[in-house]
Design a protein around this ligand. Sequence first.
Ligand SMILES: [Zn+2]
Length: 479
Amino acid sequence: MPERYLVSFDTDRIKEYVFATEKLREIRGASRLLDSLNDEGEMQRFMASVGPNYESIFWGGGSGAVLAPSWEAAERLIEEVETLYRTETVTASISGACMPINVESDNFGEKMKAAGFRLRRAKDEKAARLLPGGEAFTQPCASCQRYPAMTVDTDDNAALCASCARKREKEKSRKREGKESRSFDDLNELGERSRPSGYIGFIQCDGNNMGDLLTSLPKSDSYKDLAKGLRTLIEESTSKLPTESHEVLLAGGDDLILVTTADIALDAAICIAQRIENQSPALLDRVGLSGSKCTVAVSVVLAHATFPIAAFRSLADQLLKNAKRKCAEEGYRTSVIDFMVVTSAGSSDIATMRDEVLTEKSFVFPHGERKIRLTKRPYVLPKLKSLIDYARRCKDIPQSHLQFLYEGLFHSQAEAIYRWGKVAGRVNDNNRKVMDEFYRDFGDGIGGLPPWQSNRDEVPEGVDAVTALGDLIEIYRFV
Ligand SMILES: [Zn+2]
């Protein structure tokens, strides 16, 4: 029986490693360090130096899978790869796990999934061993504030820990080699290019069901093909975005994190999702999964460039969960995007905000037991495209009118209706047409009470009325 050993690898807490710091240069360096460590060619060479007859299935996005000729060879490779990560990054680590496999059987995808469970266990055991100690040190690293500073960088006299120094060195060496095309060195510089000035977009994107698609594949060849194809699909989903307006901070497995100028953030999210939806059928067809496509959940946080990265990440994670939930409700047939505009320091918990602030509880004049929602987020892809289109067409409407409408939403249901009528009576024919059409597409249309939508098919269970008007007015400065 042609028995081999399947070794799978996964970087531990990859996001914690990359986002250990608030500084763009070190985030960029960390991401590029992982890219080099995950480079297929580099890893082939490295494996050849460990021993003969390793066959790589894939490397990339912080994980990898390899067929080893024997149990001993598998264990040796795990040890060597773990050491390589420690040496190159100081603080990033990778775990490996192996299991025997009959390469001629028809359940390769299932085997990979089982290997994933073993890997999970290996990682948990390691995490228990590596609980942080309480060492005292004199000066913390200026970049991550976590580890003791070991060296001083000559660029800006920053005292850096060994890990951040590596990240910084990687970033510098890429610049020296002319491989770093971005001209900005921190998020404020990105914010300065933005409209409105000072704001940036933080985007997180996560593929739906990509693991299940892989698991369904019987042969290692098609698995290899799809794993690489999906990675390329996600990495290249940003290739059409203007270089000077965005930067990918992490492309790992089926997720992607990037920052953009605020004015392209929502379009970028749509562009990424659309590209993945459009290009995945051909890829899936090639491995025998015809008739399906990949969809994604995306979150977009728009906030000032000085907003902490950790806070961006926390909000983006919460929004992504909303989008994922909606993706599941939609049977994964379409991508879903959730977004928010951070205007004050108060918005740190999305669920609380949507349940408390963006409901009838905000009304200055509450009336009765009616349940109201002041947002229709998250949106399926075509609906968000349409909303953005309306936001652009709204630009002719005087800002004071939009502000008047927006504040009306938080007053009472009746006041919002009154204000809609008042503004509709004041604007020119063209703008009134935009309002009518918006209410036709995002409300109840003729016979309804704008801006409210009560049509049962469109309103969530237990809610009496919703409106998308607040969403429209929130994004119109950013499109
Ligand atoms: Zn550090």
